[in-house]
Design a protein around this ligand. Structure first.
Ligand code: CP3
Length: 366
């Protein structure tokens, strides 16, 4: 049984009216909003001089583990851009470290998992979910401090990596292009693979729910790389685990599922019972929405190519207009990029995009 979307429920967490009626949460529930809400994946990051200044003094993981700095970075990005939601500053990979895998971020090379996970014994040796979640208390504390500092009507998005994407980092030992080690593991050791997926989901459910208890009012599950699977493999090796994760999230809190290169998986994403499906830039937003069953079924988030932030202003805004128009004014569109902001982005471009989206009105809608 898939999760029941929150559009059919009330306000079980008793959120303040300012939060419950925020444009972002309304759009997640598929309700009509005065304008299309917008936030940007990686809105707090290296393209921002204030973030770089904090990073000069702290390593990335060190920053992730200092709640007061996470709160500062999160709130600064939200307030400077004027976006309709904040996302807690953290990283999907801290969960792997909490499960016992050594993690470091080498400058330039991205994340490195020093002891790649390659067999059933390594899966069995992962730390217990309860212990892993307890080790992630710094994320909850960051959320508490962030919520206190945010304006009253601005929701905070909590997040985690999805089981496939986390497993890919654990098995490859870092980022990957072809995911050969991950797929070999999956094909040759299906039992260990299922145990790994189960261990991750058993950890991620309480992790997300503790983020919610700490004040997150929506959650996003990043399955960034699951688009590398065929639909058949997705259904065999991933679908049930992702659906269990979505289903485990506290009722009343919108769940966004996002991945890249997933045009063949969008209907399956919608079938998890999530409230919002993230659409990347390679799929037309309207077409992607139809694949998900349309506005009557689920909300969508996306999908401007982040590279357009590097284009001349006129082109950026023209393409943003196309993305907005692709929704045809149907309720349930959260504007975002198709993937995260690149580090060579001019922050002024990001801000101009946000203002444009918030000022846009659909010509066909009264
Ligand atoms: O969106 C936000 O503003 C919230 C913060 C956030 C970060 N990572 C901060 C970060 C979020 C939501 C993530 C998620 C994340 N992390 C994903 C899924 C989203 C996606 O991009 O597909 C993935 C795959 C990761 C893993 C990860 N973390 C990679 C591959 C890298 C290195 C690549 C890069 O851009 O440097 C990171 C590091 C990272 N996570 C940085 C930030 C701001 C840069 C680190 C630095 O400051 O040097």
């Amino acid at each position: 049984m898939a999760r029941t979307r929150i559009r059919s429920g009330g306000n079980p967490l008793n959120l303040t009216a300012a939060l419950w009626d925020s444009v972002f949460l309304r759009a997640c529930r598929g309700e009509r909003t005065p304008y299309t809400p917008v936030w940007l994946m990686r809105q707090a990051g290296r393209y921002m001089p204030e973030y770089r200044a904090v990073r000069e003094r702290h390593g990335f993981l060190d920053l992730c583990k200092r709640p007061e700095l996470c709160a500062e970075v999160t709130v600064h990005a939200r307030n400077w851009l004027g976006v309709d939601a904040a996302i807690i500053f953290s990283d999907i990979l801290v969960v792997l470290e909490a499960l016992g895998l050594p993690l470091r971020y080498d400058t330039g090379d991205g994340p490195v998992l020093g002891r790649p996970l390659r067999d059933a014994a390594a899966v069995a040796a992962l730390r217990a979910p309860d212990d892993a979640v307890a080790a992630l208390a710094f994320v909850e504390e960051a959320i508490r401090q962030t919520v206190r500092a945010l304006p009253a009507g601005i929701p905070l998005i909590g997040f985690c990596g999805a089981p496939f994407t986390l497993a890919s980092y654990a098995i490859e030992g870092g980022g990957s292009r072809q995911f050969t080690a991950t797929k070999s593991f999956m094909y040759h050791q299906p039992v260990a693979w299922a145990q790994l997926m189960a261990r991750l989901v058993d950890t991620l459910i309480p992790y997300l729910n503790r983020q919610i208890a700490a004040g997150a009012t929506a959650v996003q599950i990043f399955d960034s790389w699951v688009g590398a699977l065929t639909r058949a493999d997705y259904r065999t090796f991933v679908a049930a685990h992702l659906a269990r994760l979505v289903d485990g999230v506290t009722a009343g809190v919108p769940v966004i599922v996002f991945g890249t290169g997933t045009s063949h998986l969008l209907a399956d994403f919608a079938a998890t019972g999530c409230d919002v499906v993230g659409i990347d830039s390679t799929t037309d937003l309207g077409e992607g929405w139809s694949r998900c069953g349309g506005a009557a079924n689920v909300a969508v988030q996306g999908n401007l190519d982040p590279c357009l932030l590097l284009a001349p202003r006129e082109r950026l805004l023209a393409e943003a207009r196309s993305v907005l128009a692709a929704s045809l004014g149907r309720p349930g569109h959260v504007f975002n990029l198709g993937h995260g902001v690149f580090k060579d982005t001019d922050p002024a471009q990001a801000k101009a995009l946000v203002e444009f989206v918030q000022g846009y009105r659909h010509p066909m809608v009264d």
